[in-house]
Write a new protein. Structure first.
Lengths: 561, 87
């Protein structure tokens, strides 16, 4: 069977599975809609968290980014995994004990203030919307590349699927679909990685293959360093960015991960505090499988690309290069007309341009794997994008129905709240789809900044809310607003107002806009600390509540007000 | 018999200590070995890996996983010791 048929079959089967699960597990109450009734096992929740967390960017683009940035790509590897350590030790168990449904719930109750709650809702919506638009775009791109349909149609099909199970199933439906999506995506990522590792290094474990030797007996990484230096590029295993900037970006990504509402909310779905801790551990195991394989895929990919294309005659290139040239993901342009492909760091002489996404998307073809593997990778990319989109849509709908409507119309019935939650999920799907079809030019960039914003807004107030009994509402509001405004201003200035100035000489302390969230977080911490010293301490009952969430015993299922 | 309040204070202190120890390892393997000390550590090799590079792209992630499970184990013990575990 040809690639297209296999892709249709595998993507179709996976969609049928997701819809089947959604129908079987649809939510009947607000509790089921928000937190799956609080009865998800830690293992299942770990898997669902991993799928929720790993987006189209992790699946499709990350390996490619590392391939072209080498050591500097480590910021994503450490940043997007290290946050789970913070989550497990500083947030998840306490928020689970707190036992409500959303992050703004916690902020509003802990800081006894609807103002703080509304600020938190605003942050949650802003972060989630920027993030979800990128996912919808990802769905569209996978559709258009593999199924040969228009991006627009691809986005609409993706929207329909997500609409179906997020709106119908709520958290309960999403959780069990994500478990299935995790299995699809990890299988799809690992199969080509293992085969390429065997072909290149003879070692079936990509993590070991990366440190292994290639045919001529020299180490892969050494060889890569040498080749890249010869071509005028930077060495693969050492960094170009300054140590300060690498430090700041990694920290912003770690803390941002721990502050992302769609990740935090997953820990409300397990029955007990100890399950929340364990579940964070499982989640990181499932994430680490992909995240330790990705750097291997990256190095294998760039090595293969250079080895099979660079310096070869233009009319003798491998078949996969021809196939992917149609999509413009690989561009070969014989500038000096010598019939040979020159791959060089000098942009005036370079004749080979490779898009970062190709490292994963074309991996099965590069390794000459059977056609069904190509279809599998398509289904995997789709699973990664859909699972993250669904998690984000849930946060958006919950924020609207619970944090906004419930706060200002407290007398509404559960049935009304459920309808509002579903309607807002539906509206959010449509808005996200719109941005997927007509992406504002800055979507890709903004997604990366969602982390900085989460780091600068949520993380400090949640930490202070748990670890300090004296932190009060004045401090929290000033902290969130100052952290957010500072980070946003810095990013907007360097990215949109004055992009020419976006060079390291102009950055504060040498920190790029990608890493500025760490400074925003610091500002948040400092300003909330200072303000709280000069304003009244929180009331007695709030201080008691803090004492209570610090102790595991007595955590019931997620409670309503 | 110490009062319940004192017990809880002690529990919290022990909890904070556990977390601080584990987080210093977290900091050491990622920001320490993987970033600040990456350059000098790259002089040391294990197989085909330079050590600093290995910590940045593999070692830190493996350590993170271990840290969370150590935390889970230690906290479950602590909860039991102070009789605040969930039935």
């Amino acid at each position: 069977m040809d690639i297209l048929t296999w892709t249709y079959i595998l993507v179709g089967l996976s969609f049928a599975l997701y819809i089947g699960i959604a129908i079987y597990t649809r939510a009947g109450s607000t509790k089921e809609f928000y937190t799956a009734g609080g009865g998800v096992s830690p293992l299942a929740n770990g898997m669902a968290t991993a799928a929720d967390w790993m987006s189209a960017a992790s699946f499709i683009s990350m390996a490619g980014i590392i391939a072209f940035s080498g050591y500097d790509g480590s910021v994503y590897l450490m940043g997007w995994t290290g946050g789970y350590v913070l989550l497990a030790m500083l947030l998840a168990p306490y928020l689970r004990k707190f036992g409500k449904f959303t992050v703004p719930d916690f902020v509003g109750d802990r800081y006894y203030s609807n103002k703080a709650r509304v600020v938190a809702v605003f942050c949650a919506l802003f972060i989630s919307f920027t993030y979800v638009a990128g996912q919808m775009r990802g769905v569209g791109i996978v559709f258009s590349r593999y199924l040969e349909v228009e991006i627009e149609l691809g986005v609409i099909i993706g929207m329909t699927i997500v609409f179906f199970y997020a709106v119908l199933g709520g958290m309960k439906g999403i959780t069990y679909t994500q478990v299935a999506q995790y299995c699809v995506l990890i299988f799809a990522f690992m199969v080509p990685a293992i085969f390429i590792s065997i072909q290149l290094t003879g070692n079936p474990v990509p993590q070991l293959g990366l440190g292994g030797t290639v045919q001529d007996g020299s180490y892969l990484l050494d060889k890569l360093d040498g080749i890249l230096l010869d071509l005028g590029f930077h060495e693969y295993t050492s960094g170009r960015k300054s140590v300060t900037d690498i430090f700041a970006i990694t920290l912003a990504l770690m803390v941002g991960t721990a502050g992302l509402p769609h990740v935090i909310v997953r820990f409300f779905t397990v029955p007990r505090v100890k399950d929340a801790r364990l579940s964070a551990g499982y989640a990181l195991v499932f994430i680490a499988i992909l995240y330790t394989t990705a750097p291997a895929v990256a190095a294998f990919g760039i090595y293969n690309a250079i080895d099979t294309v660079a310096g070869k005659p233009v009319d003798e290139l491998p078949v996969w290069v021809e196939n992917w040239q149609k999509t413009n993901l690989i561009v070969v342009d014989d500038l000096n007309q010598d019939g040979v492909v020159q791959y060089l760091a000098d942009p005036d002489k370079n004749e080979l341009t490779v898009d970062k996404d190709i490292m994963v998307l074309a991996a099965p073809e590069i390794a000459e794997l059977p056609n069904w593997v190509v279809g599998l990778v398509a289904a995997g990319g789709m699973a990664a994008a859909l699972s993250t989109a669904a998690g984000l849509l849930l946060v958006i709908s919950t924020s609207v129905s619970r944090d906004l409507f419930r706060t200002f119309v407290p007398q509404m019935t559960e049935k009304t709240e459920l309808i509002i939650a579903r309607v807002s999920a539906a509206v959010a799907v449509i808005i996200a789809g719109y941005f997927g079809i007509n992406p504002p030019g800055f979507v890709a960039e903004v997604v990366a900044f969602a982390f900085g914003l989460a780091a600068a807004s949520f993380f400090p107030v949640i930490i202070m809310g748990i670890f300090s009994t004296k932190m009060n509402k004045e401090g929290a509001i000033v902290g969130m607003v100052s952290g957010l405004v500072f980070t946003l201003a810095y990013i907007i200035y360097f990215k949109f107002i004055n992009p020419e100035a976006n060079v390291s000489e102009n950055w504060w302390f040498g920190i790029s806009p990608e890493g500025i969230g760490s400074l925003g977080m610091l500002i948040n911490f400092v300003s909330c600390f200072i303000v709280s010293k000069f304003t009244p301490a929180p009331p007695e009952d709030v201080q008691e509540m803090i004492q209570d969430i610090r102790v595991p015993r007595g955590a019931g299922k997620a409670q309503d007000h | 018999m110490p009062t319940q309040k004192e017990q809880m204070k002690k529990y919290w202190k022990r909890n904070i200590r556990t977390v601080l120890i584990l987080l210093s390892v977290w900091f050491l393997v990622s920001f320490g070995f993987g970033i600040i000390l990456a350059e000098p550590l790259n002089a040391i090799r294990i197989g085909g890996y330079k050590l600093g590079f290995w910590f940045a792209q593999q070692g830190s992630i493996f350590t993170f996983v271990v840290l969370i499970f150590v935390y889970v184990y230690r906290m479950n013990k602590l909860d039991e010791e102070f009789d605040v575990n969930e039935k």
